[in-house]
Design a protein around this ligand. Sequence first.
Ligand code: ATP
Ligand code: MG
Length: 403
Amino acid sequence: MIYDHLVVRYGELSLKGKNRRHFESQLFETVKRKMRPFQGLNMSKHFDRIVIELNGQSYEPIVKSLQDIFGIHSISLAVRAENDLEAIQKAALIALNEAIEGKKTFKVTGKRSLKSFPVNSMQLNQEVGGYLLRNTEGLTVDVHNPDVNVKVEVKDTGTYISSKSFEGAGGLPIGVGGKAMLMLSGGIDSPVAGYLTMKRGVRIEGVHFHSPPFTSERAKQKVIDLTQELTRYSGGKIKLHVVPFTKIQQTIKDKIPSSYSMTIMRRVMLRITERLAENNHAMAIANGENLGQVASQTMHSMYAINEVTNMPILRPVITMDKLEIMNISHRIGTYDISIRPYEDCCTIFLPSAPKTKPKREKAIRFEKNIENLEELIEEAVNDVETLILEEGKSTDETFDDLL
Ligand code: ATP
Ligand code: MG
């Protein structure tokens, strides 16, 4: 093992001139927090990258953990050499041999950030490339589509040579995009929506509507576990607001024609989520809504439900096929939790045939049947149970902390 450094590169950050410093410091904070379990690392922030000195630690678990951080474009394994051409050539040879694994072509991409270094970028390519050709057998240079790209970057702290890279999560660093309340049902779609919302740099807090005893503790635990899984990407803690929804569900069942109960229930959920957003300084609501064929997913339905709020609603999976959403949920680790069989509040109370094309005017009219709706909403908001989930802590530990 020759690699002693990781070079962490930002992607889109380079495009955002003015906000750049803010973005970078948010990202650096997240990286530092994420690296806490790994002892003995040295981290430093540079113009367009973070350099992590491994100090003897193996890189695999560290790279894996860095791949969960939004705003990171790529992670390269690097070896550091002194700023001396001969030392650079030797290190480049080791890095090339490490990565070539039977492949045939390479190129050298030199970059001289330290202007006082006597060899410029172009000359670096030639001097290092020539040395590699002389000291290997059967390899050729391919500048357009090489099997291995040996990157050589001369900086004031030394020269970093890398030949192996891993893809980062992309997106923007968490915390640069405000906060949204994520409506989290326990299904497959809403955790994916949460992941994609965070990918744009937006912090999330979860909101879950729970109707005990019609929905079980295990259904609630499922949502807690999903939130816990999402903390991997959140750069720290995520709050989860569990809203007591039984009384409202029962009232809807008693007072609303069953073909409209789903529409009214959704309108009430949205109102409550908006209140929670205001109380917690969030400026948007995110959910797992999708345009589809079932009643809760038609555009008519969305039109009749959305009316109750002016707050932006982010619907990251709106255009995706179920299979695309499932693929993401596998990748981010939420799928196995989402498919646990416990019912959520909606499935239990709802009729088998809700209207696929509810009318807004009718929804408004039926809703008037519930004279104390405002009171019920206020009560639910006041009785919310808020949990705080934190990466790396089991849910039990987190609860102990709260007691
Ligand atoms: P999901 O897979 O996320 O459950 P879905 O395909 O089952 O979505 P619906 O059941 O129509 O679709 O729900 C649409 C969205 O409404 C969910 O993605 C979620 O954001 C929100 N939602 C539904 N039920 C709840 C609930 N009990 N608590 C919080 N949000 C909910
Ligand atoms: Mg659902």
